[in-house]
Design a protein around this ligand. Structure first.
Ligand SMILES: *Cc1c(COP(=O)(O)O)cnc(C)c1O
Length: 390
C-alpha cells in the first residue's frame, strides 16, 4: 500500500474525493493550486532563471492561462501550441521555439507571429532558420548521452556533438543570426543531479572556446527540464537540485554566470493531476494462479503511455486502503484489445485483497504527459477528459 499521506493531506484528499465523486471515469482531475505552488517554488529556487514552461507536459487551457498570468515564458514545439499560447495574450518575446525538428514554413509562421528565439541542432534546420527567421537569436542543443538515470530519457534523438554545436554557432553568426547560447536536456525525471554538472561543463567549454577562437560571446544556457515529480522511485527534493546546480554554475562561470533558462514540464504539473479510473474486471489466468489480473478503464492508450517499460511508476491508491489491511500482488492492465496495454507486470503493485469490480483506482502524480498522450478513439474509447479543480 502506498502511504497516501505522503502525497495528499487528509483535507486536500477529502476535497478531491468530493470533487471527483460524481465524475465518470476514466478522467483527470487537475489542481490549479498545485500548479501554482510548483511554479512559485521553482521560481523561488532559481531566482536568477527565466522559466519557460514546456507546454507539451500538459497544455490544458487553464494551466496555460494560470502560468501566463504568473509571468511564465513558454517553450513551444509546434504552431498549434503557439496559437494556444498567443491566444492568451502572451507576447512573442516570452516564447521560444524549442523543437529542433521543424518545417521551414513553420519557422516562417513563428517569425511572422513575432517569435525571435529558436533552438537548433543541425545544419539543415539552421539554414531554414536563416532563410525564414532572419536576425533571430539562436541556441544550439547539445547531445547528452548519459541518461540512464532519467526515468524517461530524451537522449539520442535530440542535440548534436559539441564540436558541431561550435560550427553551427559560427555559421549562425556568419548568416546574420545572433548566437545566443547552448541548451541541453538531461532527461525527464532525472534523478541524478550530477548530470547537470557534466552538461554545464560542456556548455562552459563551448562558451570559452567560441569566445577565444571566434570572438563569439554567448550569453544564455538553457538547462531544459528534468526536474522530478513524486513517483514511487524516490528523487531528491527540488531544493537539492537548486543548490547543486547553482554550485555547478558558479564553479564553472564564477561571477559571470550567463542568463539561465529552465524548461520545466513534469515538475510543474506532475503532482497536480490525479487520474481516476475504475476496475473493469478482475480475473486469474488459471485456477491456481497466485496473481490476479486487474483490468482498469485507463491504460496505455488513454493516458498512461509512460508506463511503457514500466518507466514511470505512479503512486496508486484505492478507497479500500487501510493500514494493516490484507493486500495481494496484482498485474495491472488497461481496457483495450491490444496486449501492449499492460501497465505493470514485472513490478507488482499490492492492492487490497477485497478490491472489487467497480472500485476506483487513483493514479497520483499523473498530471504530466498523460491527457494529451491519449489516443483518439482506439477501440472507440474517447480521449481522457480533464476536470480542473480550482
Ligand atoms: C519535454 C521537454 C522539456 C520538459 O521536460 P521535463 O522533464 O518534463 O521537465 C523541456 N525542454 C524540452 C526541449 C523538451 O522537449
Amino acid at each position: 500500500m502506498i502511504n497516501r499521506g505522503d502525497f495528499y493531506s487528509d483535507e486536500e484528499w477529502k476535497r478531491f474525493l468530493a470533487f471527483s465523486r460524481g465524475l465518470q471515469t476514466p478522467c483527470m482531475v487537475v489542481s490549479l493550486n498545485r500548479v501554482k505552488n510548483n511554479y512559485v517554488q521553482l521560481r523561488d529556487s532559481f531566482p536568477y532563471a527565466s522559466i519557460y514552461y514546456a507546454v507539451k507536459a500538459n497544455p490544458h487551457h487553464d494551466i496555460l492561462a494560470l502560468l501566463a498570468e504568473l509571468g511564465a515564458h513558454f517553450d513551444i514545439a509546434s504552431r498549434y501550441e503557439l496559437d494556444e499560447v498567443l491566444a492568451l495574450d502572451v507576447s512573442p518575446d516570452r516564447i521560444s521555439y524549442g523543437n529542433t525538428i521543424k518545417k521551414a514554413r513553420d519557422i516562417a509562421y513563428f517569425y511572422e507571429k513575432g517569435v525571435r528565439m529558436f533552438a537548433t541542432d543541425s545544419r539543415e534546420d539552421l539554414k531554414n532558420i536563416v532563410a525564414n527567421a532572419p536576425a533571430s537569436r539562436i541556441y544550439v542543443r547539445i547531445l547528452i548521452e548519459s541518461a540512464t538515470t532519467a526515468d524517461w530519457p530524451l537522449s539520442r534523438k535530440f542535440g548534436c556533438h559539441p564540436d558541431m554545436a561550435y560550427d553551427l554557432l559560427v555559421m549562425a553568426r556568419g548568416s546574420g543570426l545572433t548566437p545566443y547560447g547552448i541548451s541541453f536536456h538531461v532527461g525527464s525525471q532525472q534523478r541524478d543531479i550530477g548530470q547537470w554538472n557534466d552538461a554545464i561543463a560542456r556548455a562552459k567549454y563551448l562558451f570559452s572556446s567560441l569566445e577565444e577562437e571566434e570572438g563569439i560571446r554567448l550569453t544564455m544556457i538553457n538547462m531544459g527540464g528534468g526536474f522530478p515529480a513524486p513517483y514511487l522511485t524516490p528523487a531528491n527534493v527540488l531544493s537539492d537540485y537548486a543548490s547543486e546546480i547553482h554550485r555547478y554554475l558558479t564553479d564553472d562561470f564564477g561571477d559571470e554566470v550567463p542568463h539561465i533558462v529552465l524548461e520545466p514540464g513534469r515538475s510543474l504539473v506532475g503532482n497536480a493531476g490525479i487520474l481516476v479510473s475504475e476496475v473493469v474486471l478482475i480475473s486469474r489466468k488459471n485456477n491456481t494462479a497466485l496473481n490476479r489480473w486487474v483490468y482498469l478503464d485507463a491504460g496505455k492508450f488513454n493516458g498512461l503511455i509512460e508506463t511503457l517499460d514500466e518507466s514511470i511508476k505512479y503512486p496508486i491508491v484505492t478507497d479500500k486502503d487501510i493500514a494493516g489491511g490484507k493486500e495481494a500482488e496484482v498485474i495491472l492492465a488497461g481496457p483495450t484489445c491490444d496486449s501492449v496495454d499492460i501497465l505493470y507486470e514485472n513490478y507488482k503493485y499490492r492492492l487490497p485483497a477485497d478490491l472489487k469490480i467497480g472500485d476506483r483506482i487513483y493514479f497520483l502524480s499523473a498530471g504530466a504527459y498523460t491527457s494529451t498522450y491519449a489516443s483518439v478513439g482506439f477501440n472507440g474509447f474517447p480521449p481522457l477528459q480533464t476536470f480542473i479543480m480550482k
